[in-house]
Design a protein around this ligand. Structure first.
Ligand SMILES: Cc1ncc(C[n+]2csc(CCOP(=O)(O)OP(=O)(O)O)c2C)c(N)n1
Length: 379
């Protein structure tokens, strides 16, 4: 008899799953190493980030699956609805369903009890899996996920793993911290002279986005990029704030194309952990431009903390990205983009002044945006 974890791996392989992301739960501590051994695997800092990364992977033609604890379901609902759901992208989610079976941790109970209700309320299909035998339902459901481009959750009871003879691996040896310095290279102050507005930066870099997949932050950034000139390679975000860099990372990990993310300070501060994920996986084809105008520009220009205490380049370096730049000059930004990302992910902290171009919403719907980007990525 196979162990239940091995049975699930067999089912996933049968369904053609080829991209995975996970955040640990004690009950799946023997499953996650097997996932990492058998599939392309992204360890996450937060479940929502995984939804973005898997969306990027799906745009590049992959069949993604996530492995999480049900507490993490609460961290990902917005992205599941306004990204996976809105754009019609496939995602299988295997949820370790805590709080309902032989639970010792009181804090697991509230989310455990409500997990099914939350999924039902969000109209995300789900299947309770209470025994190894119930895994037999998975192949046909997975077939529906990947052919029907939808999300589906499997609520897996800890009872499923009870018969397992697997032992978790030993923890990795703790080595000394990486010795590279966190501090930024010496720079001339980029704040001299007039700092361009976001739309001026976008117009300056537009020629250099040709041939690259571009993931653009929601709201005015996407509107301004569209008005600078549409290309089928542009993934305009219509929702899912904080998911620009995760989506770009997912595409970069799943395709050979150069990927440029146009992110914002407010959005990056919402999910900064993705910078650690990018640093650790280190795709050479990813450039993140953090357009830092010091405000939530699309919602009335309320101040973010980059105007007072946060230096996003330092944040990126602190998370382990070494290939960083800072500029407040549009020509310099364009010159940086002329070259490919080079060694590991590149992070460009682009200072901007607040203000939006008076330009209408992107006139493409989510499915049309997806269709064009997928065609570009296939080409
Ligand atoms: C989860 C969530 N919270 C809040 C919003 C509202 N919202 C949309 S865009 C935006 C501002 C984004 O700011 P930033 O990333 O700095 O980009 P900017 O518009 O300044 O270029 C906010 C707060 C949202 N869409 N989703």
């Amino acid at each position: 008899m196979r162990n239940p974890e091995e049975e699930l791996i067999r089912i996933l392989k049968g369904a053609g799953v080829d991209f995975t992301a996970s955040l640990p739960c004690d009950r799946i501590k023997c499953l996650i190493p097997l996932i990492a051994e058998n599939f392309q695997h992204v360890p996450l800092t937060r479940e929502e980030e995984g939804v973005g990364i898997c969306a990027g992977a799906a745009l590049a033609g992959k069949r993604p699956a996530m492995f999480i604890q049900n507490s993490g379901l609460g961290n990902m609902i917005n992205a599941l609805l306004s990204l996976t759901g809105l754009y019609g992208l496939p995602l299988a989610i295997f949820i370790s369903h805590r709080g309902v079976y032989k639970e010792q941790v009181a804090a697991q109970v509230p989310m455990g009890r409500h997990a099914a209700g939350i999924l039902m309320g969000a109209q995300i299909g789900f299947t309770p899996v209470d025994s190894v035998q119930a895994l037999a339902l998975a192949p046909s459901i997975l077939e529906g996920v990947y052919s029907g481009n939808k999300a589906h959750a499997f609520l897996i009871s800890p009872a499923v793993w009870e018969g397992s003879g697997l032992k978790p691996p030993l923890p990795p040896a703790r080595e000394k911290r990486p010795s590279a310095p966190v501090s930024c290279p010496e720079r001339q102050s980029p704040r001299r002279g007039k700092i361009p507005a976001r739309h001026e930066l976008l117009s300056a870099i537009w020629p250099f986005l040709e041939g690259r997949a571009v993931v653009c932050n929601l709201g005015f950034p996407s509107r301004e990029l569209y008005s600078a000139g549409h290309r089928p390679s542009h993934f305009y975000m219509l929702g899912s704030m904080g998911m620009a860099t995760p989506i770009g990372l997912g595409i970069a990990l799943s395709s050979g194309k150069e990927v440029v993310v146009i992110d914002g300070d407010g959005s990056l501060l919402m999910n900064p952990g993705v910078l650690a994920t990018a640093a650790s996986l280190s795709p050479k084809n990813l450039t993140v431009i953090a357009i830092d105008n010091g405000v939530y520009g699309s919602t009335g220009s309320q101040a973010t903390f980059t105007g007072t205490c946060v230096d996003l380049e330092m944040v990126a370096r602190g998370f382990g990205i070494r290939n960083t730049f800072k500029t407040g000059d549009k020509e310099e930004l364009a010159r940086l983009l002329e070259k490919p990302a080079g060694k590991g992910p590149r992070f460009i902290h682009a200072l901007a002044s607040a203000g939006n171009l008076d330009t209408p919403v992107v006139p493409l719907d989510s499915l049309e945006i997806k269709r064009q980007v997928m065609e570009f990525l296939r080409g």
